[in-house]
Write a protein that binds this ligand. Structure first.
Ligand SMILES: C[S@@+](CC[C@H](N)C(=O)[O-])C[C@H]1O[C@@H](n2cnc3c(N)ncnc32)[C@H](O)[C@@H]1O
Length: 385
């Protein structure tokens, strides 16, 4: 997409708090000149790396390829700069487009307006050079254009992913507040777990954390279930290269244990269905268990707990519930490492264990803490900040 094929700039978008983990993932697949940004990581590489990024990166939401960067001051500049760009290199007559706009600018405050002007500029350019206008398809465009305006700096990118990469394609059913797949994978990678010991997802809901854990342990690329990526529509799509990358996928034999459970039988049904769709059902043992009565574990291991945050419960009820979670951990998870994610910072204090590590992450719009606790016999009681 840029002139020098080995020096293509790419920007992988992610959630706040997962940037460093994403940078590590990019390093592992061969990204060069990696730079951690806010909610994103910039890196360089060739077309094969672009395809691999979409297929392999667990914590990326989308991979953008910037094609145009300019300082602009006015709305007229916006139109002129975008119209000057050679869109005919990306869009064949008859192709459909859509524009996503992200603004942090005092000059431009209406993203819909910027999207509209961008579409006009692209369409006018193509009419000028080919006498055909592209049509707009907001839900399933052939080419998704991403416009980012930070103060006066305009960056226009091609979205190589098409739709958000959290839509892996395995989740058919949802229960209560399902966790975003990218966040679930990011949390697991933040803990350092890669399949070495038993894994527990004891409030599994629709099963996302346990399923992402199985994909990590078996080294199954998260994009393997997707039927389509945006780059497959692009004019410079190299089908042979993509087929080769796909054929080179190598899963790992893994015989470890993942235990997913929930108090709700309905959740267990949905989670196991999702695990079957992700072809990891054989790696996960599902059980309907109330965490308050969790049977004692003996082999150590690592648990990630995503409890209700208490939006619908009264304060005393949720504080009491978190106290019970802490008690159950102390009683039944001796020798294990437990991580809890919650936006309810007050309730978290009542777990009664001292966090040995804390990350700040976001579950949707909710700012959360992701706290690590080491459970040893006689773990200290009390209220900790
Ligand atoms: C925030 S949801 C978890 C969402 C899950 N991570 C996902 O991706 O779908 C919280 C879950 O905790 C479960 N839960 C609530 N109380 C529980 C208890 N005492 N024992 C086990 N699970 C419980 C709920 O049924 C719900 O599925």
């Amino acid at each position: 997409m840029t002139q020098n094929a080995d020096q293509m700039e790419m920007v992988a978008k992610t959630f706040p708090g997962l940037e460093e983990i994403l940078a590590q993932e990019i390093r592992q697949i061969g990204g060069k000149k990696i730079e951690v940004l806010n909610r994103a990581v910039r890196f360089f590489g060739n077309k094969a790396l672009l395809y691999k990024s979409n297929l392999y990166l667990r914590t990326a939401l989308r991979i953008l390829v910037p094609v145009l960067k300019e300082n602009i001051k006015t709305q007229i500049d916006l139109y002129t700069v975008i119209k000057q760009y050679e869109w005919e290199n990306h869009l064949k007559p008859g192709m459909t487009i859509a524009v996503d706009t992200f603004l942090s600018s005092s000059v431009f405050t209406h993203s819909q307006f910027v999207s509209l002007r961008t579409k006009d500029a692209v369409a006018d350019r193509l009419r000028q050079v080919s006498n055909r206008r592209p049509s707009v398809n907001k839900t399933d465009p052939d080419v998704l254009i991403n416009v980012h305006l930070a103060n006066n700096v305009l960056t226009v990118s091609i979205d190589s992913s098409g739709g958000s990469l959290h839509k892996r394609g395995y989740r058919r059913g949802d229960f209560e507040a399902p966790m975003n797949e990218v966040l679930a994978a990011g949390l697991i990678l933040l803990t350092g777990w890669r399949g070495e010991r038993d894994f527990y997802d004891p409030m599994c809901g629709s099963g996302t954390i346990g399923i992402e854990a199985a994909l990590i342990a078996r080294e199954i690329p998260p994009g393997i279930f997707r039927t389509h990526f945006g780059f497959e529509n692009h004019m410079n799509f190299d089908e042979e290269l993509w087929n080769k990358i796909y054929d080179d996928i190598q899963e790992k034999e893994w015989n470890g244990n993942i235990f997913s459970s929930d108090i709700s039988k309905q959740a267990i049904k949905i989670a196991s269905l999702n695990a079957r769709n992700a072809s990891v059902l054989k790696n996960i043992q599902y059980r309907g268990i109330d965490f308050r009565n969790y049977p004692a574990i003996h082999n150590g291991g690592l648990a990630i707990i995503n409890p209700p945050y208490g939006e619908r419960l009264g304060n005393s009820q949720i504080v009491n519930f978190y106290r019970i979670i802490g008690d159950s951990l102390k009683r039944n998870f001796t020798g294990a490492e437990a991580w809890i994610i919650s936006s309810n910072l007050n309730a978290l204090k009542h777990v009664g264990l001292r966090p040995v590590k804390k990350f700040r992450v976001f579950n949707g719009a909710l700012e959360c803490r992701f706290n690590k606790y080491e459970i040893y016999s006689g773990s200290r009681k009390g209220t900790y900040k």
